[in-house]
Ligand binder design. Structure first.
Ligand SMILES: [Zn+2]
Length: 382
């Protein structure tokens, strides 16, 4: 099997990426989904031309909010921010009805693929916008959200984060209600970013299979954000799926790069938050950032490093419980898979390692769709 055959095979199968942060560059750069961007100049790793080039049929756009204060006014404000991001996604997809469409059901990915249209799903990354009100879950479901990552890098009203202190020792009492309501709604429960104890609690309470939308194996890279072997097995027993993330820190502990770190810190010090710069200043900022990337390149892991995680997860959890959620535009990047146009390299590596075509289809879409369908079936029509 050579690369061209691998690309042809890759393009023939249904492919789904369960986690991209493309709403961020849509807001910050801002990028137009219909145009092709240079990922070394713009902070953008996914657009429709590059989805075509890379043979990616469907993606879950993360409606991400950073964790902040936990009081009523902060909850109301962040809920509005999340709703605004959903509107941004509509605005970016709607101009291209023949190339991409918002998707809401598990069957849409395949249906759209047959018409040559990309399916754009939405997931809510961080349950922060739910605040303390279950009715918000219903609202976000109506708005098209089909999974919710219960927390991000800090604890919230729902659960403990893997990168914060133990506040509840897992799910909060409200968090239990959230998981049950998500089951009733037919919304997938995403445990990426959760503390181990919170994942255990979710597994105990959820009536439906769960997902880790973008996570790696802790046995290969010791980061609290990654999933240990015991939980890999338990998620498999629950019928769920773990979706490989390709963010550097989770794939391979990065080597020290002090010159790059100080150059980037100086850039940030000079310009502050890019969002607030004028268009002219943004261009200068991008040129300076581009130069830093040339002078002190980021030492990224490779596709082979990432596929080592797939090998491990398949060995521990089984071939029916592994998928891919790249985290493109949220930090996901490999030296030989820097943006979505290069994802066939993952398929090529899997083929070289002896994965069958049937197994590779499971990894790229079959497994997540099985979970998505199971969650939809449990939906209570009320
Ligand atoms: Zn994340």
């Amino acid at each position: 099997m050579n690369l061209n055959d691998a690309i042809a095979f890759h393009k023939s199968i249904l492919t789904i990426d369960t986690h991209v942060d493309t709403p961020l560059p849509i807001k910050r750069e801002p990028i137009d989904l219909g145009q092709r961007y240079d990922p070394f100049f713009y902070k953008s790793k996914l657009d429709l031309p590059r989805m075509d080039a890379g043979g990616l049929d469907a993606a879950f756009f993360a409606v991400w909010t950073p964790q902040g204060l936990r009081n009523d006014s902060a909850h109301a404000a962040i809920k509005q921010s999340a709703l605004d991001i959903i509107e941004d996604i509509h605005r970016s997809v709607n101009p291209y009805p023949k190339r991409a469409r918002l998707a809401f059901n598990s069957g849409d990915a395949e249906k759209f693929q047959e018409q040559g249209i990309h399916a754009i799903y939405m997931g809510l990354e961080n349950g922060y916008p739910i605040g303390t009100d279950l009715a918000n879950l219903d609202l976000f479901y109506e708005k098209g959200i089909r999974y919710m990552t219960l927390c991000h890098t800090k604890n919230n009203e729902i659960c403990d984060s893997s990168t914060d202190s133990s506040e509840y020792g897992g799910l909060s009492p409200f968090g239990y209600e959230v998981v049950e309501r998500m089951n009733d709604l037919g919304m997938m429960v995403d445990v990426s970013h959760l503390s181990d104890a919170a994942v255990e609690d979710v597994l105990n309470v959820s009536r439906a299979p769960i997902i880790a939308s973008h996570s790696c194996a802790q046995a290969l890279c010791d980061h609290p954000r990654n999933i240990n072997d015991d939980l890999l097995k338990k998620i498999a027993m629950n019928g769920g799926v773990i979706q490989l993330c390709i963010l550097t820190d989770y794939v391979r502990t990065p080597a020290d790069n002090p010159l790059r770190d100080s150059a980037r810190a100086a850039l940030k010090e000079k310009w502050g938050d890019m969002e607030f710069l004028s268009e002219a200043d943004k261009d200068i900022y991008r040129q300076e950032r581009y130069k830093i990337n040339q002078d002190f390149p980021l030492i990224l892991p490779t596709v082979a490093d990432a596929v080592n995680h797939i090998d491990h997860m398949v060995q521990i959890a089984g071939i029916d419980h592994v998928g891919i959620g790249s985290d493109f535009d949220g930090g996901g990047a490999l030296s030989d898979c820097y943006d979505v146009s290069e994802i066939p390299n993952i398929t090529f590596e899997l083929l070289k390692r002896g994965y069958s075509k049937i197994d590779i289809e499971k990894i790229w879409s079959g497994n997540i769709l099985r979970v998505f369908e199971a969650v939809e079936k449990l939906k209570i029509n009320s």
